[in-house]
Design a protein around this ligand. Structure first.
Ligand SMILES: *Cc1c(COP(=O)(O)O)cnc(C)c1O
Length: 396
C-alpha cells in the first residue's frame, strides 16, 4: 500500500463556478458598491441568507467582528454596559465589546468546551447583556442560557461565526437570541476571504444596525426593513461604514447552495475521526448535547493525563507526521487564550477555562478531505499520543 501523504488542511475549496460570471459582470460594470442598486448582490444575499437561516432580517457587513460590534450598538446599551462573554472564545469577541464602549465580563468554560452555567448564573445579576460565543461550533446549553437571560431581562447576542449550519432543537444557531452574527472569513464554512452577517427578527434593531453599518442618507430604503423604524433614526446615529462589497456578496451567494453538502460532509468527517480518537485512552472528544446538531470543519479534543512536557511532545510528534495540531493555551500568543487579551487590562484568572485551554487540542478538518486523508490524520494523532504516553509499546 502506498502511504497517503498528509493532507494540506489549510488549502481552501474552490469558489463555485456560478460565482465566476457574477464576479466578471461586476468587474465589467464597476458596480462594486452595494448601494448602486436595490437588487445589488449584497441586497440579494441578505434576502437569501435570511431565508436559509430562518430570520426576518439580515444585514451583510464586512466581518463577523463588525456584526458583533453593531449588535451591541443596535441594542443601544449604555456606555460601560457589562457584557457576559465566555472566557474561551476568539479575541474578536472581547475586542468588539471594548469597541462598543462596553465592559466584557468573562465567564468560565468547562471541560466540555461549553459555558459553565454555575459561573454564568453567579454573574447574571451584575450584567446588562450576554454575548454567547459558540466556539468552534460547540453550543452551550441554550435552553438554560436563554431562560436565565430572559429571567434577568438580558438580551442575548449569538456569536455564530463558526456555527453556520449548526442547529439547536432543529433551529439554526444564530436565530435563538435577539441577534446572531456570522463570519465568511476563509476559515469558516462559507469563504469570501472576509465578510459577515447580522441576523435578527427585531425591526428596531435591524433599522439601527443598517444605518450604523453605513446606510447614509436614504440608502436604508435599499434594505428590506420597516421604513418607520429607519426614519425614526435618520441622522441620529453615527455611520461606522462596515458595509459588505458586492464582490464579497457575489462570491458568497452560490456557496449557500453548497451548505447542506458541506454540513453533511463536515459532520461525517468529524464523527469518523472522533470515533478513532475516542477509541484510545489519551483523548477526550466532547460529545454533542442532545439538542445540538453540529456542522464542524475542525475537531477539538482534550489530552488526558498529559504533563506540560508530554503535551508539547505530542504536538511535535503529530507535526512530524504532517498533522498540524495546536493546544489553545500552549501555543505562543494564541488569540483564544484569555490571558493573552492584555488589551483588557487586568484579566481575572479563570482556573477552569485555563485548565481546559492547557490540554484542549484543535485540528482543522476541511470538509473536502476524503476518508484516506481523514484516516491519515486520526492515525497520526493516535500514533503521536502512543509515542509520548506508551513509548515501549510503540514500534515494538
Ligand atoms: C472567526 C471568528 C470570529 C471573527 O470573525 P471575523 O469575520 O474574522 O471578524 C469571531 N468569533 C469566532 C468564534 C470566530 O470563530
Amino acid at each position: 500500500m502506498t502511504p497517503i501523504a498528509a493532507p494540506n488542511v489549510h488549502e481552501a475549496e474552490p469558489i463555485p463556478e456560478a460565482a465566476h460570471a457574477d464576479v466578471a459582470r461586476l468587474l465589467e460594470t464597476g458596480e462594486l458598491f452595494r448601494y448602486t442598486s436595490p437588487d445589488a448582490p449584497a441586497a440579494l444575499l441578505e434576502r437569501e441568507f435570511a431565508a436559509v437561516i430562518g430570520s426576518r432580517y439580515a444585514l451583510a457587513v464586512s466581518s463577523c467582528s463588525a456584526a458583533l460590534f453593531l449588535s451591541l450598538k443596535a441594542l443601544d446599551l449604555p456606555r460601560g454596559a457589562r457584557v457576559l462573554i465566555p472566557a474561551f472564545t476568539f479575541a474578536a469577541v472581547p475586542s468588539a465589546v471594548l469597541h462598543a464602549d462596553c465592559t466584557p465580563v468573562l465567564v468560565e468554560v468547562g471541560e466540555d468546551f461549553r459555558l459553565d452555567l454555575a459561573d454564568f448564573r453567579a454573574k447574571l445579576d451584575a450584567a446588562d447583556a450576554v454575548m454567547i460565543s459558540h466556539m468552534r461550533g460547540h453550543t452551550s446549553d441554550m435552553n438554560a442560557l436563554l431562560a436565565l437571560a430572559e429571567a434577568h431581562g438580558l438580551p442575548v447576542i449569538e456569536d455564530a461565526a463558526h456555527s453556520l449550519g449548526t442547529t439547536w432543537r432543529d433551529r439554526n444557531i444564530g436565530t435563538l437570541g435577539q441577534i446572531g452574527c456570522f463570519s465568511f472569513q476563509s476559515y469558516k464554512l462559507v469563504n469570501a476571504g472576509e465578510g459577515g452577517m447580522l441576523v435578527t427578527d427585531d425591526p428596531a434593531v435591524i433599522a439601527r444596525a443598517v444605518i450604523m453599518s453605513g446606510a447614509y442618507e436614504h440608502n436604508w430604503k435599499k434594505h428590506d426593513i420597516a421604513a418607520a423604524h429607519a426614519a425614526r433614526w435618520q441622522n441620529r446615529l453615527p455611520l461606522y461604514n462596515m458595509r459588505m462589497s458586492n464582490l464579497a456578496a457575489a462570491v458568497i451567494r452560490p456557496q449557500l447552495a453548497e451548505l447542506p453538502r458541506r454540513v453533511r460532509d463536515g459532520r461525517a468527517n468529524h464523527d469518523h475521526v472522533a470515533a478513532q480518537l475516542s477509541a484510545v485512552p489519551w483523548f477526550h472528544v466532547p460529545t454533542p448535547l442532545a439538542a445540538e446538531r453540529r456542522a464542524p470543519d475542525s475537531i477539538q479534543f482534550s489530552l488526558r493525563g498529559f504533563s506540560d512536557g508530554e503535551a508539547t511532545a505530542f504536538i511535535d510528534a503529530a507535526a512530524a507526521r504532517g498533522v498540524p495540531a495546536q493546544i489553545f493555551g500552549m501555543s505562543t500568543d494564541n488569540a483564544r487564550a484569555f490571558w493573552n487579551w492584555q488589551f483588557l487590562g487586568l484579566v481575572p484568572d479563570l482556573p477552569r477555562t485555563r485548565s481546559l485551554l492547557m490540554r484542549a487540542c484543535d485540528v482543522r478538518l476541511p470538509v473536502r478531505l476524503n476518508r484516506a486523508e481523514l484516516d491519515h490524520i486520526a492515525g497520526a494523532l493516535v500514533l503521536a499520543a502512543e509515542e509520548v504516553k506508551a513509548p515501549r509499546a510503540y514500534g515494538t
